[in-house]
Design a protein around this ligand. Structure first.
Ligand SMILES: CCCCCCCC/C=C\CCCCCCCC(=O)N[C@@H](Cc1ccc(O)cc1)C(=O)O
Ligand SMILES: [Zn+2]
Ligand SMILES: [Zn+2]
Length: 522
């Protein structure tokens, strides 16, 4: 034993103390700045004093409840399929027109409602309001559906509307005949009960949404623009009430789509000289194209999670996560790289992380012993809000990096603008109030719609477009969308009717109550 420490030992000890202090300071700094502040989203405006609007109650008799389900099932049984851009089942669309007139006689005979056909099969209803100073709003839905084959694994024929264990099965039950029928059923009941709207509104039912809405939505917009119409806000299909779908979230969440992703459909093609397969060149058109497609799949678009409206979505949901998730989700500025890496493992979550790349069609070759002169593939990309169409096209070029591959944009558009969702946002707050009136335990948050809707054609009429219907999705239900065994519970369909019944009345308020944001720290 030396009796006293050596100088290098003391220096080492002091260095360790300094390092410890430094690390403690960093942790304290992180905790202080990364405090878990959460938005108590269901409070705030919802606690304020709202002008009373929803005064008529639905009070449905059991006969009316049977009738509304019968009407809905009739709608599902008409196969209004959009097969391709040039092929629709027009006789089914015609039959659908007749169904609407038959089951909603009050709407079609009311002096308050003007009905017009657009492009033969789309419907525009103009409902006049008593106060011309109130800017009208619009409800959208679509009557066409994607194809469905029973042999794909449907439990019942897809156009049978059969009921199994409380669920009505069939193509269109969640996309989007539930909204078509519920909106009109709600208006029918309101008019039957003597309702006269204060705020005028429009209902637009497109017949070709599944093939881009060029005949329905686009022409409806032209008509409204020619009439100088401006809309306070618009509600279309899109997001839903998610129950048990977001892991770690306590209770269901109603996500109101305040934007939708952009879109690009790109054709890749390679042309080579045809010839005898016994004397092939080192690479074929198919091989070159396959390599290009593989590069696009191997090098996905950059992670952008946290730089679009998904940030607000998580901020609004944060207080419903337990720790440590609450801390992580409320500090996306720090944790988004980590969250992105977890989310990207699941396709339905990866859609929120980046621009997605889906190779959807691949055609080449005509005969086993002929070298293919031409190979082509179609790639469908959904563009994250923080990227533009042009940036995506540039990235495709630099990833493929092969002049032999021709890259053509077939169609595309930038991500849609972000609609308002503050306490001053009339549309968002009225939708939110209606959701909470009906489902008080649900957390309402802004969300982003990963698919595209007819509403994208309406941006010249309003800046506030919301994509939402209170269709309840439980685990496994999202896959039913365009998939097999599409279904809705009869209870949920009835809730949809009551939702629109209330929403229409809630829109009659002149203005929102004064706002007072409510935030709280952990
Ligand atoms: C933490 C997040 C949890 C995950 C939340 C997922 C919620 C998903 C809920 C609903 C699914 C979203 C569906 C949106 C509606 C899309 C409608 C649609 O399919 N539209 C077509 C339109 C289209 C576009 C281009 C064409 O050439 C033809 C049709 C689409 O493909 O987007
Ligand atoms: Zn749809
Ligand atoms: Zn669809």
């Amino acid at each position: 034993m030396t009796g006293h420490s050596s100088l290098p030992g003391i220096i080492r000890f002091l260095k360790l103390v300094a390092l410890g202090l430094f690390l403690t300071l960093i942790v304290l700094f992180l905790v202080a700045t990364a405090r878990t502040f959460t938005l108590e989203v269901n409070a705030g405006l919802q606690l304020a004093h709202w002008e009373k609007a929803a005064v008529i109650s639905a009070d449905l008799t059991s006969e009316q409840r049977d009738d509304l389900l019968t009407h809905f099932k009739e709608a599902i049984r008409i196969p209004t399929v959009s097969f391709s851009a040039s092929h629709q089942n027009t006789s089914a669309l015609q039959e659908f027109n007749h169904l609407l007139k038959r089951v909603f006689p009050t709407i079609f005979s009311s002096s308050l409602v003007k009905h017009e056909l657009v492009g033969n099969y789309s419907h525009l209803f103009t409902v006049s309001g008593t106060d011309p100073k109130l800017v009208p709003y619009m409800l959208l839905a679509h009557t066409d559906v994607v194809p469905a084959n029973e042999t794909d694994g449907w439990e019942v024929p897809p156009f049978s509307a059969e009921e199994l264990n409380g669920f009505i099965y069939g193509r269109g039950t969640i996309d989007n005949k539930q909204s078509v029928m519920a909106i009109l059923q709600a208006l029918e009941y309101l008019l039957e009960r003597g309702y006269v709207p204060r705020r005028g509104f429009y209902i637009g039912l497109g017949h070709d949404e599944e093939i881009n809405g060029y005949a329905g939505a686009v022409n409806t917009v032209k008509l409204l623009k020619d009439r100088g119409v401006k809309l306070q806000f618009l509600v279309d299909e899109g997001l839903a009430v998610l129950d048990g779908i977001i892991s770690g979230l306590d209770g269901p969440a109603a996500l109101i789509g305040v934007s939708e992703k952009g879109h690009a459909t790109v054709k890749l093609s390679v042309s080579m000289k045809p010839g005898h397969s016994s004397m092939p060149a080192r690479q074929s058109s198919i091989g070159i194209l396959a390599a290009a497609v593989t590069r696009l799949e191997n090098y996905p678009m950059p992670r952008l999670f946290g730089s679009g409206p998904e940030k607000s979505m998580f901020e609004h949901l944060a207080h419903k996560f337990g720790l440590p998730l609450r801390f992580i989700v409320s500090n996306l500025w720090l944790f988004s790289p980590l969250i992105s890496r977890v989310m990207e493992r699941k396709p339905e979550l990866n859609a929120f992380v980046r621009t997605t790349t889906a190779v959807t069609m691949f055609n080449a070759g005509v005969k086993v012993n002929v070298l293919p002169s031409h190979a082509e593939a179609f790639v469908n990309l959904r563009i994250h809000s923080a990227q533009t169409l042009q940036e995506v096209l540039d990235l495709i070029d630099s990833t493929i990096a092969d002049d032999r591959v021709k890259v053509e944009l077939i169609n595309g558009f930038d991500p849609l603008p972000i609609s308002s969702f503050s306490e001053q946002s009339f549309g968002f707050q009225v939708i939110k109030k209606t959701v909470l009136d009906m489902f008080p335990k649900v957390t309402v948050a802004p969300g982003i719609c990963v698919g595209n809707t007819d509403s994208r054609h309406y941006t010249s009429l309003t800046k506030d477009i919301y994509r939402f219907a209170p269709t309840w999705f439980k685990p496994g239900d999202i896959q039913r969308f365009h998939g097999i065994n599409e279904r809705i519970s009869s209870k949920n369909y009835e809730e949809l009717v009551l939702f629109y019944f209330r929403l229409i009345q809630n829109c009659d308020i002149k203005r929102l109550p004064p706002s007072h944001t409510s935030q709280h720290d952990l």
